[in-house]
Design a protein around this ligand. Structure first.
Ligand code: PLP
Length: 425
């Protein structure tokens, strides 16, 4: 019998525990099927997915159009490497650059790879365009950032779990507090070695910290004034998650169709991943205009799988779904509803301090100390009640359902969440 058939949850977890590296601490639930906003475990129990694979499954599980694109491309041509052209990559690049308003796209696979790519492009631009002396470029980043877990990226993280015993670290990064425009102004002042400012429009992993309404706009203006590249990491916030096609699109609350042409804050470099593929396949990208992207020449950067035909077909389908189904608008409307319903509950709650977020990227903060286990226990109880979510950083629970959710389902989820929370009051 195949090891893939007929496993109980306990057996599947025991296999991962024995044969897999322990680099995650999953909630004890073993999933075997997904459709739209739902997932099922191996015993057949149905759950609302309220994490969406960390915002990768914005378009819902196994979206037929995206899976269809994957299947038909898989039957035709899977991988050529970039040693040769393929007939899908250029079409995808044209589609995505027009949608997001940039001249060029550099295709990669994972979010961390795309962040690494942006760091490299920024440094090369600094030496070749800005005129910074070689090896002296600095990139400003924010405290409590999360940009992935490669060696360079953890070098500018301040999360001890991600960093400790992984040194020596990559040089060339300056950390400043998030959402602190004065700190950015101070660090840019009289420092002509700064090449870029890398920022998450909302700090998702840190606990869904939404900056002041004018923070990104002011930060972009400061970068422009100092000839510093504004690099937006929208791996988690992008692709309609926060109620707009991109979180850098301002407060217009429009659907992606209207929003994409007139971003409030236009990054010099845009980093995308996760839902760029609807969670069907690893696809990430860096977008920039020619004056920046043209520093990259053959051999400077690449990846065997980056820009492969399946990725290109899947990403195009995933972006079309976002537009066709007006998922940015849905995320905006349901996000308002979710926070207002949660706030009604929080008004009389002893254990939930607050709800915060934008669109359908939200978090509640549990009134427990950072290292307490109440948030974890609440997630276990939510699981028992048919909803899957996970704490991010101790006492914060992130709520990020697929954007294909409807109002009735969202209210059902609010009812599961609030009735579960009541048992902890
Ligand atoms: N950047 C941000 C803002 C993220 O949230 C993440 C992942 O959560 C990444 C980068 C890394 O993406 P990946 O896990 O695909 O490497």
């Amino acid at each position: 019998m195949s090891v893939l058939q007929g496993l109980t949850s306990q057996e599947a977890m025991a296999l991962e525990d024995k044969y897999g590296a322990h680099n995650y601490h999953p909630l004890p639930v073993v999933l075997t099927r997904g459709e739209g906003v739902y997932v099922w475990d191996v015993e057949g129990k149905k759950y609302y997915d309220f994490l969406s694979a960390y915002s990768a499954v914005n378009q819902g599980h196994c979206h037929p159009k995206i899976v269809g694109a994957l299947k038909s491309q898989a039957d035709t041509l899977t991988l050529t490497s970039r040693a040769f052209y393929n007939d899908l990559l250029g079409r995808y690049e044209k589609y995505a650059t027009e949608l997001f308003g940039f001249d060029k796209l550099l295709p990669m696979n994972t979010g961390a790879e795309a962040v690494e790519t942006a760091v490299k492009i920024c440094r090369k631009w600094a030496y070749e365009k800005k005129g910074i002396a070689e090896n002296e470029a600095q990139i400003v980043v924010c405290e409590n950032n999360f940009h992935g877990r490669t060696t360079t990226i953890i070098s500018f993280s301040n999360d001890p779990v991600a960093r400790k015993n992984f040194g020596p670290y990559t040089q060339g990064f300056i950390k400043i507090p998030y959402d602190d425009i004065d700190a950015l102004e101070a660090v840019l002042k009289d420092n002509d070695k700064i090449a870029g400012f890398l920022v998450e429009p909302i700090q998702g992993e840190a606990g869904v910290y939404v900056p002041a309404a004018d923070y990104l706009k002011k930060a972009k203006a400061l970068c422009e004034a100092n000839n510093v590249l504004f690099i937006a990491d929208e791996v988690q916030t992008g692709i309609a998650r926060t109620g707009r096609l991109l979180a850098t699109c301002g407060n217009c609350s429009c659907s992606d169709k209207n929003c994409s042409g007139t971003p409030e804050v236009k990054p010099d470099m845009l980093i995308l991943g996760k839902a760029l593929s609807g969670g069907v396949y690893p696809v990430s990208a860096v977008l920039a205009n020619d004056d920046i992207m043209d520093v990259i020449r053959p051999g400077n950067h690449g990846s065997t799988f980056g820009g492969n035909p399946i990725a290109a077909a899947v990403a195009m389908a995933a972006l079309e779904v976002i537009q066709d189904e007006e998922l940015a608008e849905n995320a905006f409307q349901l996000g308002e509803l979710f926070r207002s319903e949660m706030n009604k509950y929080i008004a009389n709650s002893k254990i939930v301090k607050l709800v915060r977020g934008k669109g359908l990227l939200n978090a509640i903060v549990i009134d427990d100390h950072e290292e307490g286990d109440t948030a974890w226990n609440i997630c276990l109880a939510l699981r028992d009640n048919g909803l899957l979510a996970k704490p991010t950083h101790g006492n914060i629970i992130r709520f990020a359902p697929p954007l294909v959710m409807n109002k009735e389902q969202l209210l059902d989820c609010v009812s599961i969440i609030t009735s579960t929370l009541k048992t902890f009051e």
